[in-house]
Design a protein around this ligand. Structure first.
Ligand code: HMG
Ligand code: MG
Length: 299
């Protein structure tokens, strides 16, 4: 059985890094991720660069990477200005994003949920007219850093609004890594009343160590697409305390052992992890990367 991995390291992973990562290193990271067999890579963000300075070089990154016809690159887009920049950089897929909780939406994109819908609807309409594919994210679908518990109905409503705008897939985000497997089953169990599992993805952060357990629960209820980040990099600058995404190395290792096919060569993926760890100059959280590097040290 196949599982699709959406690699979000170059975007979700790097957006929270305080020290600027060079454009050349970002390009090399993406090329290495692609050479490991990943077919979907979120390369950067076309948000307001004042909000996320680390990704201000999105255009240059997309200019520098090696494009391949069987790999889809994508980037976050919050508004029409972002769409124009994404289009000019050659992207054929974009990702819209908003939150299921009011306060996180306000802090992250400076608008209420109600005011966000028409903006994203217009972006989706334009992008679809241009022949682009549009993905959607629902952040704080399992909990909000400011409001705590988020009613399932909020996540369900935002998911349905995004689907109605024409997104092909909604990624359900546990932005601050509070979800547990039981909750994952409950939330996804409600959402699939309106949408098939093929149009949903799981986006888990591992702040409290439940990331892979949540993937396993989501697999049980039928999800087959997961976002993850090389090395376990990541976080959200507008979600205090949010740790990294689940690590792609750990995800691939687990899926391999569960007989799911990902098409990813773990050895090459580990080389990409070692590369970005060296660039950042600190140990990353991926357990499989740590184990691999420790084993290669004693060999
Ligand atoms: P705003 O300041 O309210 O925007 O930001 P504005 O429309 O008032 O524009 C202000 C200025 O920004 C203008 O320039 C615009 O041209 C410029 P000025 O006239 O002052 O010189 N501007 C832009 N420039 C370039 N590209 C653009 C753009 N947009 C405006 N796209 C906005 C509103 C939504 C733009 C802002 O809040 C923003 O960029 N937020 C993004 C924050 C972000 O990226 N957060 C992290 C990603 S979300 C996440 O991590 C969660 C996720 O991983 C899932 C999960 O884990 O749950 C996806
Ligand atoms: Mg995220």
């Amino acid at each position: 059985m196949k599982v699709q991995i959406v690699e979000v390291g170059p975007r979700d992973g790097l957006q929270n890094e305080k020290e600027m990562v060079s454009t050349a290193a970002k390009i090399q990271l993406i090329d290495r991720l692609v050479s490991s067999g990943l077919k979907r890579v979120e390369a950067s963000s076309f948000v307001n660069p004042k909000w996320i300075p680390q990704l201000a070089d999105a255009t240059e990154v997309l200019q520098g990477i090696t494009w391949s016809s069987d790999v889809t690159f994508s980037a976050l887009v919050p508004n029409i200005r972002g769409l124009e920049r994404a289009r000019a950089s050659g992207l054929t897929e974009i990702a819209l994003f908003m939150s299921a909780s009011e306060t996180h939406n306000l802090k992250n994109i400076n608008k209420t949920i109600e005011d966000t819908f028409p903006i994203l609807r217009e972006v989706a309409r334009e992008a679809l007219t241009l022949g682009m594919r549009v993905r959607g994210y629902v952040s704080t679908a399992f909990g909000c850093p400011y409001e705590g518990a988020v009613p399932i109905d909020n996540s369900r409503r935002v998911t349905n609004e995004l689907l109605d705008m024409g997104v092909f897939e909604v990624s359900l985000g546990d932005t601050i890594g509070v979800a547990t497997p039981k909750q994952v089953r409950e939330v996804i169990g409600e959402i699939v009343k309106d949408v098939t599992t093929e149009r949903l993805a799981g986006h888990f952060h591992d702040t409290r160590g439940t990331g892979l357990a949540n993937v396993s629960a989501a697999l049980d209820v039928g999800l087959r697409t997961f976002d993850s980040s090389i090395g376990g990099l990541g976080g959200c600058p507008y979600a205090p305390g949010a740790a990294g995404n689940i690590s792609t190395e750990d995800l691939v290792y687990m899926l391999n052992g569960m007989d799911y096919e990902t098409g990813v060569d773990l050895e090459r993926l580990l080389e990409a992890g070692a590369f970005i760890q060296q660039q950042l100059g600190r140990e990353l959280s991926s357990k499989v990367l740590k184990a691999h590097l420790a084993a290669t040290c004693v060999e």
